[in-house]
Design a protein around this ligand. Structure first.
Ligand code: ADP
Ligand code: MG
Length: 422
């Protein structure tokens, strides 16, 4: 089993004293258009610093959880993954860089220091009380766009970029089972405490922790995609500059209906009526959008089927309405599934709250996004809200008990909102 050496532990503590640097969707798109090997190298330099800082914050938090939660075996496993990835990242440059690349990296560091505000790098400076504010607000594009392009770069840069990408791909894979394993840790904790409830401080921790995970995976996913070379039309890495809402919504409807009909053994499940302009496009990460739509639609389908029973011939249709505003795209999903009692509404945002038969946790079952088949994990709503908030949007739910539920998904159109950094 992996163990954190005391030396590594010190290093993690050191990195955890530095603030994280947010990256907005717009910055990622600006940076990622037609990247050269030089820009990709700079991005790897940014990630070599930013990812260890983010990981170190998480290790620290996992060590300091309230009520002995830190001692649960699954939580310790997760903490070790974070520490191991931290180690992989901080050791990579010194192991893999040739002297020429090291010089280049140093000169880039100097450039970005000169350009971009008073900046402290954990690799250069020892932390003191004051440098906390230094890095905050350093714009990514600032750090990326400099004299570098058009310059000759060492021939070994390409292979360095490739190996760096492989390394962070392995890191991403290592963290695939994090959501399920943390959930397992909470179960261990509940069993030990013989309690069914999870305190609000633990809920808040989970929100921060999963939000941070979304951000880390976004940065890694984007870097991997950019390194794989020119991607599909209208894509910058994993961001689609022309995400078509009607297409995405229809796909989510088809998938959710398929799962629903399969799960309940229905010949024909509830219909979903889509109201959306065919040519409505905006900049977003399609995988995030489909995750949210799929989860919300499954919830509505389940509510309607359970309200009317599996023998019903004609269910009241679910409506999915997309509105295009100047500031945001709002999506409303309305169902007549009987709603949620008012006292139950706050609970739906808590992790592991479900009224479906509980699903067995299996960390090998879903690799990345914790897609429960139909329902039963109680992660659908809280995780979807994190995705929405990650790019400055939000998710709200209004219930009319005895009739049905409306959920409102607001997605920022301008998308230069600051990345939330827990
Ligand atoms: P899960 O679907 O795994 O139960 P969610 O987080 O998606 O987890 O939803 C939590 C709970 O919220 C559901 O179990 C259900 O009780 C309630 N809920 C969510 N959406 C609806 C809806 N549209 N109508 C009625 N109840 C809902
Ligand atoms: Mg659900």
């Amino acid at each position: 089993m992996y163990r954190i050496s005391s030396q590594l532990s010190e290093k993690i503590k050191h990195f955890a004293t530095f603030p994280q640097t947010g990256v907005s969707l717009r910055q990622m798109v600006m940076f990622g258009q037609n990247p050269t090997q030089g820009t990709l190298f700079k991005a790897s330099q940014f990630l070599s610093e930013e990812l260890p800082i983010r990981l170190a914050h998480r290790v620290k938090e996992l060590e300091e959880l309230p009520h002995n939660l830190s001692d649960m075996p699954s939580i310790i496993r997760v903490k070790n993954w974070y520490a191991q990835s931290f180690q992989d990242l901080v050791e990579f440059p010194s192991k893999e860089m040739t002297p020429a690349l090291k010089d280049l990296a140093k000169s880039l560091n100097r450039q970005s220091e000169m350009q971009a505000l008073p900046e402290n790098s954990p690799n250069l400076a020892m932390p003191n009380g004051n440098n906390q504010s230094g890095r905050k607000g350093v714009s990514l594009s600032h750090r990326y766009h400099s004299a570098m392009d058009g310059q000759e770069w060492p021939v070994e840069m390409h292979s360095y970029n490739e190996r760096f990408t492989k390394m962070i791909e392995a890191v991403k894979r290592r963290h695939d089972p994090v959501v399920t394993t943390v959930a397992q840790g909470i179960l261990e904790f509940k069993q030990q405490k013989r309690s069914h409830t999870v305190d609000t401080d633990i809920q808040a921790f989970l929100d921060r922790f999963y939000m941070s995970r979304i951000g880390i995976r976004m940065l890694i996913g984007q870097h991997i995609a950019l390194n794989k070379g020119p991607s599909r039309k209208d894509y910058v890495g994993i961001i689609c500059t022309k995400t078509n809402l009607a297409d995405m919504a229809q796909e989510a409807i088809d998938n959710a209906k398929f799962i629903c009909e399969d799960y309940y053994g229905l010949f024909r499940g509830p219909e979903v009526h889509l109201h959306c302009k065919k040519d409505l496009e905006f900049m977003y990460v399609p995988s995030h959008l489909s995750h949210m739509l799929f989860e919300l639609l499954k919830n509505s389908l389940r509510a309607v089927v359970e309200q009317y029973g599996t023998e019903c011939d004609e269910y009241p249709p679910i409506k999915l309405i997309v509105a295009q505003g100047k500031e945001d795209i709002a999506i409303k999903i309305s169902d007549e599934g009987g709603g949620i009692p008012r006292s139950g509404v706050p609970l739906v945002w808590t992790y592991m709250y479900t009224t479906a038969p509980s699903q067995h946790l299996d960390p090998t079952f879903d690799k990345s996004d914790f897609k429960a088949p139909m329902a039963g994990f109680g992660y659908g709503l809280p995780i979807s809200r994190l995705y929405a908030r990650y790019f400055g949007g939000d998710l709200k739910l209004i219930s009319m008990e005895g009739y049905g539920t409306d959920v409102y998904l607001h997605l920022n159109r301008i998308s230069n909102s600051d990345e939330p950094l827990p």
